[in-house]
Write a protein that binds this ligand. Structure first.
Ligand code: AP5
Ligand code: MG
Ligand code: ZN
Length: 216
């Protein structure tokens, strides 16, 4: 199964994608994570993307569709992919169709995480991740069992994203509204969209997505 998780910054795309990966053996394809890895490694893509990401604007369609295409050529993605943060424009949506078709695959669902934008700012400014294993946490909503120690790997080294501040978040929201939300009707016409309440508890959102994937 191949699915898209669609929703504004902080909607819970990454949180839900990593749960689906753990529960169902699907592979999370987060263009945001891939770009952050490229920035960290200082690759030519990373050098181009860094300032754009820090401003909260969108990286070019060519770059992101290029990295998704490379990733789809790796055999693990044949088990099923969760597109997290891609596509984000009409051009990217068209590229994804071609990339899947060329590989004999198809899109099964577009899960729209329905959220209240104002609450998202709180989610984003409180977010942090384990620097060692990537596990995600939140100051209020998802704290490690022992303060300062990662539940998954025991590390005490945590990071916050440079674009997770209130000013940049507003730009990211505006980009979502202007360029990403307009792609929903493309998928609605194809009958692929399933709307899930993204304001519910994390576990309830996971259960609602599972119900969609299991055809319930
Ligand atoms: P990207 O990394 O994709 O960021 P984003 O879309 O802004 O989304 P986030 O990762 O901020 O939110 P999320 O939905 O994953 O939420 P999360 O699960 O972490 O992109 C970053 C940048 O890269 C872009 O601005 C752009 O520059 C570039 N880029 C990436 N892809 C691109 C593309 N395709 N085209 C062009 N440019 C691209 O949850 C947030 C927090 O809330 C967490 O702390 C979590 O614990 C908590 N939380 C989650 N769910 C719940 C819940 N149900 N209740 C309470 N708390 C919750
Ligand atoms: Mg994310
Ligand atoms: Zn960890």
């Amino acid at each position: 199964m191949n699915i898209i998780l669609l929703g504004p910054p902080g909607a819970g795309k990454g949180t839900q994608a990593s749960r689906l990966e753990a529960d169902r053996g699907m592979v999370q394809l987060s263009t945001g994570d891939m770009l952050r890895a490229a920035v960290k490694a200082g690759t030519p893509t990373g050098i181009k993307a860094k300032a754009v990401m820090e401003a909260g604007e969108l990286v070019s369609d060519e770059i992101v569709s290029g990295i998704i295409g490379e990733r789809l050529d790796m055999s693990d993605t044949a088990q099923g992919a969760i597109f997290d943060g891609y596509p984000r424009t009409a051009a990217q949506a068209a590229s994804l169709d071609s990339l899947l078709e060329e590989r004999g695959r198809k899109l099964d669902y577009v899960i729209e995480l329905d959220v209240d934008e104002e609450a998202l700012v709180e989610r984003i400014v409180g977010r942090y991740t384990c620097a060692a294993c990537g596990a995600g946490y939140h100051d209020t909503f998802l704290r490690p069992a022992t303060a300062g120690v990662c539940d998954v790997c025991g590390s005490g080294d945590f990071r916050r994203r440079p674009d997770d501040n209130e000013v940049t978040v507003r730009t990211r929201m505006a980009e979502y509204r202007a360029k990403t939300a307009p792609i929903l009707p493309i998928y609605e016409r194809r009958g692929l969209v399933r709307r899930v309440d993204g304001m519910a508890d994390i576990g309830r959102v996971t259960a609602a997505i599972a119900a969609v994937l299991d055809g319930q």
